[in-house]
Ligand binder design. Structure first.
Ligand code: SF4
Length: 246
């Protein structure tokens, strides 16, 4: 190459912007859609581990499940199950709950915490059920969501467990923690997590999937020190964010 031509090439190269390739951060790695083969392996393993998974709240009617779910906010299912028999014996249906004296309702649900708000939610939701739905719990997400004191999570619990309608994925603290550790989402907001999980899990398993993660979160993948060495999901789990395990 002639001297002047070499000079021109060098000049051109120097004028080009320098593009450095950045290593993908751990965050961007896990925002990729999870491998469907891995997700299917996780689902098959969870199904096998928890064949009898079901709602941990005691109920005999959709209304009882609705009330129990409202009471379960910031409270254990065991505590709710100890509270509801006396409540349902005293006020057996939506009409009775809607007309119950607030102070009496508060006393009956006091042990579940946040009892003033919970009593008010129960009374108002039941008043709506009587006024707008003939005393029966409605069967759609929109109608349930429109009841006072009923959020998306409560509506999904009722539809999935009382009516067998898979309207969404119930996201609680266990589902949040596990779906992140399992590399299924990086979201922390419950609704965003739900919408990230819905395309990954077949709709007929949405309700069960929540139960599986809740059971696994309690038994193996606990918040502080998950038992990764004994976890059957380990071969399929990237253990995102796990720094200490046993
Ligand atoms: S391998 Fe560890 S982080 Fe993954 S699900 Fe099991 S216990 Fe949780």
């Amino acid at each position: 190459m002639a001297g002047s031509k070499k000079k021109a090439v060098r000049k051109k190269a120097a004028a080009r912007p320098v593009v450095r390739k950045r290593a993908p951060s751990s965050r961007s790695r896990h925002t990729l859609t999870p491998d469907p083969v891995r997700v299917n392996a996780l689902l098959a393993q969870l199904r096998e581990l928890y064949p009898d998974a079901k709602c941990a709240l005691d109920f005999s009617t959709p209304l009882q499940l609705l009330i129990a779910t409202i009471l379960s906010a910031q409270c254990t299912d065991e505590r709710v199950n100890k509270t509801t028999p006396a409540l349902f014996a005293r006020f057996p249906d939506a009409q009775a709950l809607a007309g119950a004296p607030l102070s009496e309702l508060e006393a009956l649900v006091r042990s579940t915490g946040f009892f003033r708000n919970k009593a008010k939610s129960i009374k108002e939701a039941c008043a709506d059920i009587v006024a707008k739905h003939g005393g029966q719990v409605p069967r759609t997400l929109d109608e349930l969501f429109a009841l006072r004191g009923v959020g998306r999570k409560t509506a999904n619990v009722v539809l999935g467990n009382a009516f067998g309608i898979n309207s969404g994925v119930v996201v609680d603290t266990h589902v949040t923690r596990l779906s992140n550790r399992l590399g299924l989402t990086t979201e922390q907001d419950a609704v965003k997590i739900e919408f990230a999980l819905m395309p990954l899990v077949p709709q007929e398993s949405w309700t069960l999937f929540s139960h599986w993660l809740i059971l696994h979160g309690r038994a193996v993948c606990n918040a502080r020190k998950p038992h990764c060495s004994a976890c059957p999901l380990s071969p399929h789990c990237p253990k995102v964010g796990v720094t200490v395990s046993q």
